[in-house]
Design a binder for this molecule. Structure first.
Ligand code: HEM
Length: 162
């Protein structure tokens, strides 16, 4: 099993990337409600994902959960504890049987949202570029760790069926 440091090395994720993400925290915080609205508009449009979001009381709680995850992208600390949290997030989706396809597609919604946020707030290309690269790395790392939960579940099923 990889450590968080190894994963960061494989994505060329440096302390500078961590600092850049931390700098974006206030901006991301001011946009987190808009991000969650876009995220849920997307999930509610697709019958397969909307099926997980039927209960209104549960929906409010889940929106808060997804907003907290969004802000954790800009927390500035990306250690083994962070990795364990992402593994458990991946496992939560495996457990309730959200297909990996929808997690990947939802990540694309977040990515697009963030790219547009940077586009609107950093007119200077060289500044925007360094933030964008740091954002792309942390999103890919998140997806990588969450996807591993799906791969492990797949292996477990193959193993059990033999
Ligand atoms: C739970 C993040 C995609 C539906 C969660 C949790 C987080 C999270 C942080 C809390 C996990 C926990 O309690 O430990 C994400 C991220 C996604 C994503 C980062 C992709 C970018 C989706 C999609 C759906 C979904 C596509 C489909 C509707 C849910 C539901 C729960 C949940 C229903 C509650 C699970 C439970 O009750 O245990 N998600 N999510 N998520 N997510 Fe997502």
């Amino acid at each position: 099993m990889l450590t968080m440091q190894e994963i960061k090395n494989h994505y060329y994720f440096t302390d500078t990337d961590a600092e850049l993400l931390k700098e974006l925290f206030p901006l991301a915080q001011s946009k987190s409600e808009a991000m969650v609205e876009e995220f849920y508009t997307y999930l509610l449009k697709i019958p397969e994902t909307a099926a997980f979001l039927r209960e209104p009381k549960e929906l409010a709680r889940l929106k808060k959960t997804h907003a907290e995850w969004f802000l954790s992208l800009f927390g500035g600390r990306y250690d083994n504890e962070y990795m364990l949290t992402l593994q458990s997030i991946g496992q939560a989706h495996v457990r309730i049987k959200v297909s990996a396809h929808y997690v990947n597609a939802a990540m694309n919604v977040v990515r697009r949202f963030l790219i547009e946020m940077l586009q609107a707030n950093f007119p200077e290309i060289s500044v925007r570029r360094k933030y964008r690269i740091a954002v792309e790395k942390i999103l890919d790392i998140n997806l990588d760790i969450m996807s591993t939960s799906y791969q492990e579940e797949e292996l477990r099923r193959v193993f059990v069926s033999h």
